[in-house]
Every structure is written in structure tokens, then in C-alpha cells.
Design a protein. Structure first.
Lengths: 112, 538
């Protein structure tokens, strides 16, 4: 089981979600986050005082997937979330030790 | 990588598959420093050097010149019509032809008609004055509450709104007990008396010294709304670090020691600065440029200097948490100001119309001026700038509203917009004081320049305040009035400065004035009021 964490542009989120659904992937957790890699922020001015806003809004997608689906999901996200510009985001994969469904206490890959 | 620790003199391409480039000004590429993110240098791909007829640099200069020309043209257009004749405000004429012997029946009828005409005039005036009183109260709540509320950080929203709202309760009580009497009772040069304490003698009958066509109750309640908003303005400078208990004590003392004497001197019978009742230094202050704005603005500055900067100021960013709230507040202030200024005519006649128009033009002129200044300086017009400009214009036109014509009102607005922009963005940065919401920059500075320009632009043809045919201000060639204005301004500054310092000391000893650093970090809403402005449902 792998946990996939993807940080993507908010404007690409709807397309990514639709593409994942079409590919038959169910289940994800979505959070609105702020951050940056190398992307430049912008300056705001309030009554003569300048503020540099370099924490930019992003969407974080978290999914725990059975090993055989990981490549499919990664490819789908890469295809739909890419704009070619700085700020497209990143995907991280980590191994997951256990998954448990709360409703019926199922464990393992069948709980996903 | 060439260049060692400094930015490389030549520009190169990164070999990570990521390409970063920025199109620069003019020709070539501009290197942007992002040292704060921990990157030692930026690498930029060179943009080929192209010779273009108008590079970006030249275009920008042309844009700036065009904007300056716009500004100049608008100024010129407003100044030129100053020479135009104003149509005189019509004064109510009373027929006093010598009366021959009239039969008794006819005489009774005439007397009855007289009474009813007076009642009709009173009804018109009273209706307008009651509406004006409501409009001025709306300026405090929710106008000022929202305007200030949106400008502070989220954790302090309720606190700043409460400080305005608290005045609505506190000052009303003080006014009812002794406030009205101290401001408008008696005929002393500096302060009133206790003749109207507990509003004794204030009823349906007009007070002929102040407003002969409306019940004194109306006059009293109208003036109360001014006394409510004035201390609330001060809270703008002390925002985000002032104790509520300190606020209550400070404002009580401030109202009694600073506001009441100033109000009496400018508007009260026998007052030293009263222009309409024969004061020694007649200061033209139609709706409170000195009494309300200079006093609160200067006091605000003193408070800000005394209590010091907010923790983290100026390095830590503290942008407004909701300019939407401020926007709504500013618009409510603009509309409410018609009650503030036009209502100061104390009647529903043509002087009210004149003041109404002047108020609106002052606001608009200043909004345009501040916006133009921002456009020239930053290349963008901000919402915060536009609404701040409008408020500055309203402040400046306050003393002038019932004395100047529409074109001078536009000029006063323009001057105030530009001047207050300068005060807020440059002077504050130079001196480094933390006037958090620019109470001094807008009200103190705007009130001062407005009071001064009132002396310049006041005209007998708009308001024959010194008597029919007697020159009033600079446009009537009575330049001495500017001197009188300076006296009034000096009194306002003086009372505010000295009074506030004394009261600050007392407040500090009794309740304390500033919250602790921990309380400031956690936020005033939670620590002073036990509430959260926005309860996120988690």
C-alpha cells in the first residue's frame, strides 16, 4: 500500500478529479494549503506598506492506494495536472503499514 | 557558476529540466533576488536583445507623464470656475412692512396663520434634523465599526468594533447626565455649566441661541451623535493593543476634559471661538473639523506615541483581514456624512443643500486625488486607497461644508486626498509611529488642512455668518479669517495634546492602558471580550 500525496495547482484540481474518477479510482482527501517551491509570489500594497505574499494557494490530494494502482494514478495526475509552468507542484509516495476501515474493521488492501 | 557569492554578472540556464526565465524591463532579462527563500542565486535564461522603437522603459515614462498631465488638467478645471459667481443662498425673508390698523378678526387669522407657518417650517426642519441625527449615529455604528473592523487582523475584529459601540452607550449616558449641559449650557468662554444637567429644560421648545425652528430635544440628540463618534475615532490609532477597561476610563475623561470644552468654545454660546455667536476668535467650523477631527486625530497620535508600537510592527505583516468590511463601512460613512455636514445647517433650507453638495464633492475629489497619487506611485489604484481618500475628503470638508461653494469643495477634496496620502504613506514611514488605522493621518491631518482651507474658500454669498454683506473668508478678500482659523486649529491641537497626555497618565495608573504582550499575541477578542469574531466550526 502506498500513500500518494500530490500538491497541485488549484485551477487543475477539477480536471484531475474528473480524470481519476474516469480511471476508476475512488477515495481521496483534499485540503486547501499554501506554499511554494520555486514559484514567485506577488507584492501587495496597503496604504503605502508593502507585503510580499509568497505562500501561494495550492490543493493537496492524499490517497492511499494498492500497489498495482499507483502507477496508473501517478500517470493520470501527471497528465492532467501539468501546465508546463513553474508552480505545477509535486507528487510524493510513501509506504503505508496498515489501513483499517472503521465501519466493519476490515484490514489490508481490501480496506482501501 | 561564476560570480562567487554575489549575483552572477552573466545569466545562465539551469540544468535540471526546469527552466526559469523572467522577461525584464527594456531589453534583456532582469535578475530577481529571492535570497530570503534560501536560494543563493537566481539563474535566468537570457532573452535575446532586441532593438524596439519604444522599449518598456520609455513606455513607462510616457505613462507616468500622461498620468501627471491628467492630474494637472483635473486640478486646473476645478480651479478655473472659482471665479464664477455663486448664486446666493436664499435666506428666509420675513415680511415686516409697517402694519396699518387691522380689524381684530383678520388679526386673529393672521396670528393663527403665522403659528401654522412656523409649525410647518419647524416640521420640515425637524424631520431633516432627526434623520440627520440617525445618519450620524449610523456613521459610528456600523460605519466606523466596519471601516476599522476590516482593517485590523481577524483576532482583533470584535475588540475594535466594541470600542466604537461602547461609545454609543457610554457617551450617551454621560451626555444625558452632564454632557449636553457642559457643551451647550451657560455662556462661558471655555466651558458650559450644569444648567441643563439631567437634560433639565430641554424639551419641545426651541433654543433660540442654537436652532430656533426645532425642538431643543432634537438639537440635543443631534449633537450627541457627534460626541459619540469623536472618541471612537481615536481608537483607530491604539487598535490591536488597547485594553477595554482603559478605553472606557480614557474616553470618559477625554469626553469631559477635551471634547466638551472644544465643543463649547466653537459651538456654545459665549464660546471663545464661536463664529456665529460673536466669539473673540471666530473660527469657521461648520460641522466639527476642529472639534471632532483635529481633536481626535491629534489625541490619536499622542496615544499611539505613548503606548508604543504593536508587537512585531513594522517588520511583521499585518494586512487588513477584510477590506470588504472596510469598504462597506466607508460607504456608510460617506452616506452618513450628509447628516454630519448638511445636518449642521440645523435646518432643511438651502444652506443644508449647499452643505450636502459640498460634502459630496469633497469626498469625490479626495477619492480621485488619492487614487491618482497611488496610480502614479504604485501603478495600481487600490480599493483601500480609494475609500481612504474619500474619508479624508469628508474629514477635510467637514469644517468647510456650509461655508464654501461646490467648486472650492472639489479643490478642498483634492488637496485633502493628496495631503493625507502623503501623511499616511510617507510621513508615517519616516517617523515610524504606529498609528495603526491612520486616525491621525486621516482625521488629524485632514481636519487641519480642511480648517485652514475653510478660511481661504469661505464666502459670504454661501453663508453670511458674520452678517449680511460682511466678508467671510479669503475669496471675499477677508484673509484675516485664515489667521482666525489658525487660532482655532491651535486651540484644538493644544487641548488635545495636553488633555490627552494628562488623561493617559491617569488611565495608566488606574486601569492600565495597554494589554500584555501575551494578550496581544493571542488577540483582543479572546482576551478582552471572551469571544471570537469568526467561529470556525471545528
Amino acid at each position: 500500500m502506498m500513500k500518494l500525496e500530490a500538491i497541485i495547482q488549484p485551477s487543475r484540481f477539477e480536471s484531475v478529479k474528473d480524470a481519476l474518477r474516469e480511471a476508476g479510482i475512488e477515495g481521496m482527501t483534499v485540503t486547501e494549503v499554501r506554499g511554494h517551491g520555486r514559484q514567485k509570489g506577488h507584492t501587495e500594497v496597503y496604504r503605502g506598506r508593502e507585503y510580499t505574499v509568497d505562500l501561494l494557494p495550492k490543493i493537496k490530494l492524499e490517497m492511499v492506494l494498492p500497489d498495482k494502482l499507483v502507477n496508473l494514478v501517478v500517470d493520470t495526475i501527471l497528465k492532467t495536472a501539468k501546465t508546463g509552468k513553474i508552480g505545477d507542484g509535486k507528487i510524493f509516495l510513501t509506504r503505508v503499514d496498515e489501513a483499517i476501515r472503521i465501519r466493519n474493521e476490515e484490514r489490508g488492501e481490501s480496506a482501501l | 557558476m561564476k560570480g562567487g557569492g554575489k549575483l552572477p554578472p552573466r545569466i545562465e540556464k539551469i540544468d535540471t529540466g526546469d527552466e526559469i526565465f523572467e522577461r525584464g524591463r527594456g531589453s534583456g532579462a532582469r535578475i530577481i533576488s529571492h535570497a530570503k527563500r534560501g536560494f543563493p542565486l537566481w539563474k535566468v535564461r537570457a532573452v535575446p536583445h532586441r532593438r524596439v522603437p519604444f522599449g518598456n522603459g520609455v513606455k513607462r515614462v510616457i505613462k507616468r507623464v500622461a498620468k501627471c498631465c491628467c492630474l494637472f488638467m483635473v486640478l486646473a478645471l476645478t480651479v478655473v470656475p472659482l471665479g464664477a459667481q455663486q448664486s446666493p443662498a436664499s435666506a428666509p425673508s420675513s415680511s415686516d412692512a409697517a402694519q396699518p390698523e387691522i380689524p381684530k378678526g383678520l388679526n386673529d387669522k393672521l396670528a393663527d396663520l403665522d403659528k401654522r407657518v412656523t409649525a410647518a417650517q419647524s416640521a420640515g426642519d425637524n424631520a431633516w434634523m432627526l434623520v440627520s441625527a440617525a445618519l450620524v449615529l449610523m456613521m459610528t455604528g456600523p460605519g466606523l465599526a466596519l471601516f476599522y473592523g476590516g482593517l485590523v487582523r481577524r483576532k482583533n475584529t470584535l475588540a475594535i468594533m466594541m470600542q466604537s459601540f461602547a461609545m454609543m452607550g457610554l457617551i450617551t449616558v454621560l451626555w444625558a447626565l452632564v454632557g449636553y449641559s457642559l457643551c451647550f449650557g451657560g455662556n462661558g468662554p471655555v466651558i458650559g455649566d450644569f444648567g441643563h444637567a439631567f437634560l433639565r429644560g430641554v424639551g419641545a421648545d426651541p433654543n433660540p441661541d442654537y436652532a430656533g425652528t426645532i425642538p431643543q430635544m432634537t438639537f440635543m440628540i443631534y449633537q450627541l451623535m457627534f460626541a459619540v463618534i469623536t472618541p471612537a475615532l481615536i481608537t483607530g490609532a491604539t487598535a490591536e493593543r488597547m485594553k477595554f477597561s482603559g478605553t472606557v476610563l480614557f474616553m470618559t475623561l477625554w469626553f469631559l476634559i477635551v471634547y466638551a470644552p472644544l465643543a463649547h468654545m466653537v459651538w456654545g454660546k459665549g464660546g471663545l471661538l464661536n463664529a456665529s455667536l460673536g466669539g473673540k476668535f471666530p473660527t469657521l467650523d461648520f460641522a466639527g473639523g476642529t472639534v471632532v477631527h483635529i481633536s481626535s486625530g491629534v489625541s490619536a497620535l499622542v496615544c499611539a506615541l505613548y503606548m508604543g508600537k504593536r508587537t512585531g510592527f513594522p517588520k511583521q505583516p499585518m494586512p487588513p483581514h477584510s477590506l470588504v468590511l472596510s469598504f462597506i463601512g466607508a460607504c456608510l460613512l460617506w452616506v452618513g456624512w450628509f447628516g454630519f455636514n448638511a445636518g449642521s445647517a440645523l435646518s432643511a433650507g438651502s444652506l443644508a443643500s449647499s452643505a450636502f453638495v459640498a460634502t459630496h464633492f469633497g469626498a469625490a475629489g479626495a477619492a480621485v486625488a488619492w487614487s491618482l497619487a497611488e496610480w502614479i506611485k504604485n501603478g495600481k489604484v487600490s480599493a483601500l486607497g480609494a475609500i481612504s481618500g474619500a474619508v479624508a475628503g469628508l474629514v477635510a470638508i467637514t469644517p468647510a461644508a456650509g461655508f464654501v461653494g461646490p467648486m472650492p469643495a472639489l479643490v478642498i477634496g483634492f488637496a485633502a486626498g493628496a495631503f493625507c496620502y502623503f501623511m499616511v504613506t510617507r510621513v508615517k514611514a519616516i517617523f515610524g509611529y504606529d498609528d495603526a488605522l491612520d486616525a491621525f493621518g486621516v482625521h488629524g491631518a485632514g481636519g487641519t488642512i480642511g480648517a485652514l482651507l475653510t478660511g481661504v474658500f469661505a464666502q459670504e454669498v454661501i453663508n453670511p455668518i458674520f452678517g449680511a454683506g460682511k466678508p467671510v473668508g479669503g475669496l471675499d478678500h477677508h484673509w484675516g479669517q485664515v489667521g482666525n482659523q489658525l487660532v482655532g486649529i491651535a486651540f484644538a491641537w493644544g487641548f488635545a495634546l495636553v488633555g490627552t497626555l494628562v488623561i493617559l497618565k491617569i488611565t495608566d495608573l488606574v486601569t492600565g492602558f495597554r494589554v500584555t504582550e501575551d494578550q496581544e499575541q493571542e488577540g483582543l477578542d479572546v482576551t478582552q471580550h471572551g469571544e471570537e469574531a469568526y467561529y470556525l466550526d471545528m
